[in-house]
Design a protein around this ligand. Sequence first.
Ligand code: SF4
Length: 348
Amino acid sequence: MSYNKLIYNKYFSHIYAEEDVWGYPAAQKIRAAFPDSVYIPIRHYKDVFCKKGQDFSLQKRGPKLILAVKRGAMYYKGSHMCDSFGRGGFIYTSEIMNCLYNCEYCYLRGMYPSANVVIFVNQEDCLSAVERVLPAYICVSYDTDLLAFEHLTAFVHGWMRFCGKHPAAEIEIRTKSAGFNQIENITPLPNVTLAWTISPDEAAARFENGAPPLAARLADVSEALDKGWTARVCVDPIIKFKGWREAYRETALIIKNTVGVERLSGVSVGAFRVSPGFYKRMRKLSPYSEVLSYPMVERDGGMRYPDEAEIVSYLSKLIHTHVNAPSITKSAPVVNALESPAKKIAMA
Ligand code: SF4
């Protein structure tokens, strides 16, 4: 039977919870949001998340939620291959594993054994650990879209309070959500950058399943700028599809016409790239994916388009011409800091 003919449970119909999560506000907030879900006590999140033989694509149609307390590493050193915009002390945190959206090109598809979402409810422990290594540039929306979960976790609020107290903490919150309304009551902070990933409408509709359309993301960018936030747009990853050049040209024009571009702190540009191990698993999961069917070559530790340099140069010129952004960053090589999912999960 085709997957499309099956009826799936609604999102988070079942919530697995380690027994000590209930003392944390995030767990209580989630329980209040899902009063009708089935709650299943578990010993450790890995008992569910790391089970063998899970089908990522099938699970994505009705993911379950796993609540856990994070132990061990609370942050990870950013790889030199990741985008730190030239700052030192680059670390990232992983308070949530997996995402509400389902982008066809997402490296999480190749990284995790499960599409179920893990939320580590003990944010305070993470903040305390990061406090000890300041100054630092911290990417807090890695391996997920943190702002898309804000109505359930309030983790972005937690980071904002942290940054308000610690000027030596500089954070970026990258999102595809239209969730600025979740944080619009917060006074802008000089050490926080809000970054929206932007894709042409056709790409968003076809390959970024569940994510808001281009217009909604740009409306959020404008609103954030109006309120005085530091904001960037990231045309990253650029993905190939039929007519991609024209689609990105139009997108550059749309950005110009809808966002006060001179107010952006910058634009980053990067072509789709992914580590070879993840790419192999992604291809296996989605053998008919258009995005993953374009030829890729292995170079500099990642699978990349053979004409990556030309693609990035094309987009950079478009952005220069149409957007006239204050600064353009050509994104660094491979997005995935840790090649091995097992290594990362083992540290959690
Ligand atoms: S928004 Fe980002 S983390 Fe979420 S599915 Fe898309 S690429 Fe993955």
